[in-house]
Structures are given as structure tokens and as C-alpha cells.
Design a protein around this ligand. Structure first.
Ligand SMILES: Nc1ncnc2c1ncn2[C@@H]1O[C@H](COP(=O)(O)OP(=O)(O)OP(=O)(O)O)[C@@H](O)[C@H]1O
Length: 357
């Protein structure tokens, strides 16, 4: 008997889902107009839909100020949402502190960009990890249980032998070791989801790859769902299964990482990639390079442009782009590759085909 085979990739289990996630921050009236009745707001995140799956890394890529960290904080329930739903294992969840927040944080952990700021300088590695294990009920009953749990956490992040690190203070560790301790602390909750907000951008170029490889290993061994936030689209290709591109508070393109980075559809994604000429590098600030070449500035999020928010910078902008917000449109080369861009409107595609005949 032959085993049936299929080319379709297995769809992985949904763990955390955002539907219509929106966050508008009120701005002080001194900054806004005193004459208007409505209070101005920063449209930091608008109508974001994303799904994190078990054993999969999803990259959220965009330049500084595009709303990536706000998405992570909304998913971690650190900020109240303006609109939208967050579902964990299919259940809508809204928590504000206290016991419900701790229960949520047991499943969804956030790793910050700067491990030095996120670890308390007056406490040792042992203290940080013990606290995480205890808060989340994973410290066991005896001192021996706790020692075993501490050793396991450090082993998971390749800081071995554990005794060499347990009694060190953050300043006695390298940047990469500190970030590994921050990751171990997150693992102390035994979570399903890691939200990694620029986890390597503060680290030396030479050690970034090691930390990304560690996260990939955790995804594979612990089947974690990982959101990887970065401004460096080259690293998304290397590290993420799926890539979502964010511009001025909105998602503009998504698909599997190979397709999005090798055949980008949205003019903004193309700009990001053109700004990162070496596709194999995993470091550097792609957008800063683009800015130096005069590729323009992101818009005000207090009064974002109508229509497509990228239209003032877009080399392919059409009149419609200045007035109508493009929905997610299938790009057509690969399943699940989409772009929020009128270039992929079926009518526009058909008209372009006619012209090229
Ligand atoms: N607490 C806040 N109050 C008011 N505005 C905020 C607040 N937090 C973020 N913003 C604004 O929301 C927008 C998105 O910020 P956010 O930090 O999410 O972007 P980002 O893509 O993560 O940028 P970076 O890569 O620089 O961290 C920015 O215009 C920022 O100034």
C-alpha cells in the first residue's frame, strides 16, 4: 500500500488571532488644534488582522513608527484596544491587570528589544528566572524541583552549565547572554506564544544570528507561535515562515516569507527590499538606507492620507489611490499572497493585460 502524499502545506493550529485590531492614541490639545471640537488622535494601528500559528514564525516588518510595537502590546494586552478582537485558542479575550492578566501572560509572553532595560540590574539571573517560574506556577514543590527547572530554562537558551550563569548580575553578561536570559524568563511561563519585539536589533551584529537561531530552535522544539517584529526585511526572509508588511498603521502585504521577500507585490515592500540590497544579510537598517536615497518620509498619523496611506510616496499611485482605501487583494502567484494595493484589483490587472497585448 502506498502512503497518500499531498503538496499542500499542512495548516497549523491557530493560537493567537487579531481581528480588526485598532489603536488610536489621544494627543494633548496643545499639540492638536484648540479650535476643533474633536480631540486629535494618533492612528497608530488600524484594522490589523493576523493569525499566529503553533510552530510558526510570523514576521511583522515596517519602518520606525509604523505601529509594530503597538500591535505587540495590544496582543500582549498591555494597552486597551480602540477596536477589534484578540482571540486566544479561538476565545475572545480582553484582560486588564490582576489575575486574568497573569493567566493570559502565562500563554502569551513579550520579549523586549533591550534586554538591559528589561532585566533589573540589582537582581541575579537566578532571581529573575525563579520569579518567573513562581509567578506562573512552574517552580515545583521542592528546592530540588526549582533547581531542575532553572537548569532546564538555561539549557533551553544554551546558557550552560547553568551554575556559571545563575548567580550573575545582568551587567556581568554580554548583550546576547542578557537577551537569552530574557528569553529564558519568558519561557518560565511555559507559553504558547512569544511576541518578540525587535529581539536582536540592540545586539552586536556578530551575535544576532545566534539569537535568531535560538528562537527558531524554540519554535521547532516547543512548537511556539512567534511574532517576530523587525524593521529588517532581510532577516524576515531568513527567519520567518510568514511575513506581514506594515505601513503607517496598516498591513499592506502578506504571504509566505520567500514569496513576499523574493516577489514583493506592494510598492512599499519593494521600497523596503530595494533599500536592503544584500538579501542574505540579516542585519542593518534597511529603511534608513532608503531614506538616505531620498525615498521619502512616512506620513503624519494624526491626519493620515486618505485612500492608500502610501500614495504620497508611491511611484505607481493612480487617482483612485488618493481617495479609496484598497482592500486585501490576491496577488495571484501563490496562494495566500495578498497586497492592499489597487494594482491588484482584477479590473486594473485586466486593463493592463489589454494594453500589453
Ligand atoms: N503611548 C503613546 N501615545 C501616543 N502615541 C504613541 C504611543 N505609543 C506609540 N505612539 C505612536 O504610535 C505610532 C506607532 O508607534 P510604534 O512604536 O507602535 O511603531 P513601531 O513601528 O514599533 O516603531 P519603532 O520601530 O520605532 O519601535 C508612532 O507614531 C508613535 O509615535
Amino acid at each position: 500500500m502506498t502512503t497518500p502524499t499531498t503538496d499542500a502545506p499542512a495548516v497549523r493550529e491557530e493560537v493567537l488571532e487579531a481581528v480588526g485590531l485598532t489603536k488610536h492614541f489621544p494627543v494633548s490639545r496643545r499639540l492638536g488644534s484648540l479650535l476643533t471640537r474633536t480631540r486629535p488622535t494618533v492612528h497608530a494601528v488600524d484594522d490589523v488582522h493576523l493569525t499566529l500559528r503553533r510552530g510558526q514564525v510570523t514576521a511583522l516588518v515596517g519602518e520606525s513608527g509604523s505601529g509594530k510595537s503597538t500591535v505587540a502590546r495590544l496582543l500582549a494586552q498591555l494597552y486597551p484596544r480602540t477596536a477589534g478582537t484578540v482571540r486566544l485558542h479561538g476565545e475572545p479575550v480582553t484582560v486588564r491587570g490582576g489575575r486574568p492578566f497573569r493567566a493570559y501572560a502565562r500563554r502569551v509572553q513579550l520579549i523586549f528589544q533591550d534586554p538591559f532595560a528589561s532585566l533589573n540590574p540589582v537582581h541575579t539571573v537566578r532571581y529573575h528566572l525563579t520569579r518567573a517560574l513562581r509567578i506562573h506556577g512552574n517552580a515545583g514543590r521542592t528546592a530540588a524541583d526549582l533547581d531542575a527547572a532553572l537548569a532546564k530554562l538555561l539549557e533551553r537558551v544554551s546558557l550552560t552549565p547553568a551554575e556559571r550563569y545563575l548567580d550573575k548580575f545582568p551587567h556581568e553578561l554580554s548583550g546576547g547572554q542578557r537577551q537569552r536570559v530574557a528569553i529564558a524568563r519568558a519561557l518560565g511561563a511555559d507559553p504558547d506564544v512569544l511576541l518578540a519585539d525587535e529581539p536582536v536589533s540592540m545586539l552586536d551584529v556578530s551575535i544576532r544570528l545566534g539569537v535568531l537561531n535560538l528562537l527558531r530552535d524554540l519554535k521547532e522544539r516547543l512548537h511556539l507561535a512567534i511574532l517576530y517584529i523587525t524593521h529588517d526585511i532581510a532577516s524576515a526572509r531568513y527567519f520567518a515562515d510568514e511575513t506581514l508588511v506594515m505601513y503607517a498603521g496598516r498591513l499592506v502585504e502578506g504571504g509566505d516569507s520567500e514569496t513576499v521577500t523574493q516577489s514583493p507585490a506592494h510598492p512599499y515592500t519593494r521600497l523596503l527590499i530595494d533599500s536592503a540590497p544584500d538579501p542574505d544579510r540579516i542585519t542593518g537598517d534597511a529603511v534608513a538606507a532608503g531614506r538616505e536615497r531620498g525615498d521619502g518620509e512616512p506620513p503624519s498619523l494624526i491626519r493620515p492620507p486618505a485612500g492608500c496611506r502610501f500614495h504620497p510616496r508611491c511611484p505607481a499611485a493612480m487617482p483612485r489611490c488618493t481617495t479609496d482605501l484598497p482592500p486585501r487583494l490576491e496577488v495571484g502567484d501563490r496562494p495566500d499572497h495578498w497586497a492592499a494595493c489597487w494594482l491588484y484589483d482584477p479590473a486594473t490587472v485586466a486593463a493592463a493585460r489589454e494594453v500589453n497585448r
